[in-house]
Design a protein around this ligand. Structure first.
Ligand code: FES
Length: 911
């Protein structure tokens, strides 16, 4: 409705219907589509034209709705993914191909990708790869690695099969349809239009004292502002954190802000008041203080201490030692040493943190994107000082997480705001706000020395790494603990010492990011392995295979696996490509002077689940009286495919098709805790809980029916049938009493990995299983400009058992894309790269073809032998790229990202 007589109506055609809106000049089309016309299928990732998530068609051409003033579409035709999916044959066919290729993971980029692809396909029904890359180049995806999207648009033969969906079947993501049709609702898609909004006041300085002024007067004097929030509004503990001994981050800073972007207060107001709010009018005064922004100055005598209970800003450390590395170095025929550095890496999920909250009687209900709903509940219980029974967490779909959405973000602001106002509220971080305040990959400063005897065996390994954990601990202690366990790589190293430290600085908190510090340590270890092989005049692949960990050989923690160690096979599987690609590169280099090609390899391993700590998952399932098979699946699917994989495992254990399952997702009121989606644990840990639940459910049904254990089960309206060699038997489910949840049969089972604590030397059983990986890459280096272009990847992964091979490939592609970004372009610098045009992530044109080799060395603990995969996939990527650069041009890059400037400088210095 037009309330302003100076604003005239804008009529346009939206998905075939004429609509009229009254936007003020300059109001974004995306705003009008989402908040006035309800087109929440148009996603917002940046509001700056960088990510392309909001792409719609305007008169058939793709445009960013966030950059287009709504008044400019008067009289024109706007199409969105939801409308196209309903009526357009090209879109419907493309949606099928997206599902058949696994081209939508989290799905937040999918509307923009598909809309852009539809525009291309209307003009050119048979595009080639280059044409697809050009047409979709304006849309970013952080999950898929793009290759499956390209395959879907080009029309490559489907990967998914219409199978029953038991273990091993490459079925579609079971939740893919919502993603390709625009129906998926993420954190900012839940709130009704007109809901009160929150604006968070944040520190403009890395370190600053501050004082809030008269906020009551501010509320009274500011139209549309209903209330403010600050530390005094927190009824419970103004602290949160994920590791019990390191709960050190305030919801709202008190007196001093410790990093740029830290929250100090918030205002709650109408959408219009929030949209027009000028932060300069908020009553806060800042006094900038000296900040420590690197680990060296943070540990210097006299440096400002971020937390009074720590010395020289050292948060904590980790340590693993075995044998006698000093004696081994003395016996070594060759040694190598080096210092390797990496910077902050931003998660850059396309969905900024977002959510909605409302009161339900005296209960508070939070709908937000998260990787850990029960941890969110734990945190809110302490912050709100409320009985946890009065808090309900209902996660929305998650538009990418990669570790950062393990930490709370919008949740306490939403809860406090709805409690204070009694009204529904919403909060959607801006891209800059997300990048300023969310956790990052830890910058690292690593010194490493490795020795070897002339027969090629490693003789001595000494690692020391400092990790910048920023202003607060977050998952820093986990990084400090994990790195010394993993810094060896998947190799036999009898004489070993690894020490790590997490250091507080006035930088944004560093936390969990796909690998928990292992990708950083792998860079140093795998690059020095190449140096060592060169000194020994050994082939780098042979050197790795010679030293690869094997069954019945202790790890550096003294853990001995009698089965399941698949790194040797991963490495061996690269040999054909290693031999052929090096020949091709040699021939290329003979024929070219400015462009040089190189081939690199690297390996990695990763322990699945928490380090030497309990991390149980519980899965509940049951049968309703009408024959419905219900699976309460509480493992957050953040695009990786937990909904699909857990369902396949459960269906296999029960002995039915996944198509028969009714999935009930995470909800702290009704679905048991399947733990956090982190540490590559869901396939392994929640998968085992699902297997146990399926097996228990099956056993109770067979027992009731008194039929053989190998009987085939089928469910029909109100009956279950069991068929064994003696015949088919039918059981009337209505003859049983239903419980409070309607179940006539039910099974709730828990699995917790068998680990043991580490002693003071890091000896013990940190993980029940590891997964293994080896990558090969061919790169082309432009020696004149220092640019590095990956040409091809071959990635071998030991996943124990591929529960769904298509999803395995999807994880591999996505991990490689993130590893490539870390290696070549990504570096977050507070105050300088707080958006997606200054902070670069790989685009569709940056990812070369990826050949995925699936190795299945079964693990005795894994469900049907399966191992976790999520983190493993980017651990070898960056070092194999650095090794390939060295192979191409003979320079060793020791600081990532290997930007053109750094590569060119190294080439010049080496000339
Ligand atoms: Fe593309 Fe997640 S599927 S951003």
């Amino acid at each position: 409705m037009n309330e302003n007589p100076n604003i005239t109506g804008t009529q346009f055609c939206l998905d075939g219907k004429t609509v009229e809106v009254f936007p003020a000049p300059g109001v974004r089309l995306s705003q009008v589509l989402r908040e006035e016309l309800g087109a929440r299928d148009v996603k917002i990732g940046c509001n700056a034209g960088d990510c392309g998530a909001c792409t719609v068609l305007l008169d058939g051409a793709p445009i960013c709705a966030c950059l287009t003033p709504a008044q400019q579409v008067a009289g024109r035709n706007v199409e969105t993914i939801a409308g196209l999916y309903k009526t357009d044959n090209t879109t419907q066919a493309l949606a099928e191909r997206f599902q058949d290729m696994g081209a939508a993971q989290c799905g937040i980029c999918t509307p923009g990708m598909m809309v852009s692809a539809v525009a291309l396909l209307r003009e050119n029904p048979t595009p080639n790869v280059r044409q697809v890359q050009d047409a979709l180049g304006g849309v970013l995806c952080r999950c898929t690695g793009y290759r499956k999207i390209i395959d879907a648009v080009v029309g490559t033969a489907p990967v998914a099969r219409d199978d029953a969906g038991i273990v091993g079947d490459p079925i579609r993501h079971i939740d893919a349809l919502n993603k390709v049709s625009g129906a998926q609702t993420f954190g900012d898609d839940i709130a009704p239009m007109g809901t009160l909004e929150i604006f968070v006041i944040r520190s403009p300085h890395a370190r600053a004292a501050f004082q809030l002024g008269d906020v009551d007067a501010f509320v009274v004097n500011t139209n549309g502002v209903e209330a403010t929030l600050s530390a005094i509004d927190i009824p419970g503990r103004n602290l949160f954190g994920v590791i019990p001994q390191f709960v050190d981050q305030p919801v709202f800073a008190e007196a001093e802000a410790r990093f740029r972007g830290e929250a100090v207060a918030a205002i709650i107001g109408t959408p219009e008041a929030i949209r027009n709010f000028n932060p300069a009018t908020f009553p806060v005064t800042w006094t900038k203080l000296d900040a420590v922004t690197d680990v060296t100055s943070a540990q210097a005598a006299g440096a400002g201490q971020l937390h009074a209970d720590r010395t020289r800003n050292v948060m904590c450390g980790g340590f693993v030692a075995c044998g006698d590395p000093d004696a081994a170095f003395a016996n070594a025929d060759v040694t190598v040493e080096g210092q390797y550095n990496s910077g902050f890496v931003e998660h850059a999920y396309i969905e900024p943190e977002a959510g909605f909250a409302q009161m339900d009687g005296d209960r508070v209900e939070i709908h937000a994107c998260t990787q850990a709903p029960v941890m969110d509940l734990d945190a809110l219980e302490a912050i709100l000082a409320m009985d946890r029974k009065k808090i309900r967490i209902i996660p929305t779909a998650v538009g990418g997480g990669f570790g950062s959405k393990l930490d709370i973000s919008v949740q306490p602001f939403l809860a406090l705001a709805t409690l204070k106002t009694g009204r529904p509220v919403r909060l959607n971080y801006t891209r800059t706000e997300s990048m300023q305040s969310s956790t990052k990959r830890h910058p690292s400063d690593i010194r490493l020395k490795i020795g070897a005897t002339k027969d090629g065996k490693i003789s001595g390994f000494s690692f020391y790494g400092e990790f910048d954990t920023g202003a607060y601990a977050s998952w820093g202690p986990t990084v400090a603990n994990r790195v010394p366990i993993h810094a060896s790589g998947p190799y036999q190293i009898p004489d070993y010492r690894a020490e790590s430290k997490g250091i507080y600085t006035n930088n944004p908190p560093a936390g969990a990011f796909r690998g928990f510090g292992v990708p950083q340590s792998a860079i140093a270890q795998e690059c020095l392995f190449d140096e060592l092989a060169a000194k020994l005049e050994m082939d780098p692949l042979d050197f790795r295979i010679l030293n690869a960990l094997k069954n019945n050989v202790p790890t550096v923690c003294g853990q001995v696996f009698s089965q399941g160690v698949g790194i040797g096979e991963c490495l061996e599987s690269l040999r054909p490509a290693w031999d052929s690609e090096r020949k091709t590169a040699t021939a290329f280099n003979v024929a070219n002077t400015t462009l040089k090609r190189g081939v690199g390899i690297a390996a990695g391993w990763y322990g699945c689940g928490n380090t030497s700590l309990p991390n149980p998952s519980t899965i509940k399932s049951g049968i309703w009286a009408d024959g419905t098979v219900v699976l309460h699946q509480g493992a957050m699917d953040i695009g990786q495919g937990a909904n699909t994989v857990i369902s396949q495992i459960f269906a296999t254990a029960l002995g039915i098709s996944t198509k028969l399952l009714k999935i009930v997702g995470p909800d702290t009121d009704v679905t048991p805790d399947a733990g956090k989606t982190s540490a590559s644990r869901q396939t392994y840990v929640s998968g085992n809980a699902a297997r146990l639940s399926g097996e228990a459910l099956r056993a109770s049904i067979l027992e009731k029916m008194n039929v053989a254990n190998d009987a085939t089960l089928t469910f029909d309206l109100g009956v279950v049938r069991a068929t064994d060699i003696t015949g088919t038997y039918e059981f009337d489910l209505a003859s049983l009493n239903s419980d409070a949840e309607g179940f006539v049969f039910r099974a709730e089972e828990t699995y917790d990995p068998p680990t043991k604590p580490l002693d003071e030397n890091g000896q013990g059983i940190p993980y029940a299983q590891f997964g293994y990986a080896a990558h090969l890459v061919v790169v082309e280096v432009d020696t004149a400009f220092g640019t590095v272009k990956p040409i091809k990847f071959v990635a071998a992964h030991d996943v124990g058992k591929a529960i769904n091979p298509m999803l395995v490939e999807g994880q591999v592609h996505g991990g490689i894309a993130q590893g490539l970004g870390m290696a070549l372009m990504e570096e977050y610098i507070p105050g300088r790269t707080e958006n997606l045009h200054d902070y670069l992530i790989p685009t569709i044109g940056d990812i070369p073809p990826i050949e995925t080799i699936i190795i299945e060395e079964p693990d005795a603990h894994g469900p049907y032998g399966a191992k976790g995969l999520g983190e493993h996939v980017l651990i070898p990527t960056a070092p194999c790229i650095l090794n390939a650069i060295h192979d191409a041009v003979g320079v060793r890059i020791t600081k990532v990202p290997a930007t053109p400037a750094r590569v060119r400088a190294a080439i010049k210095a080496n000339a």
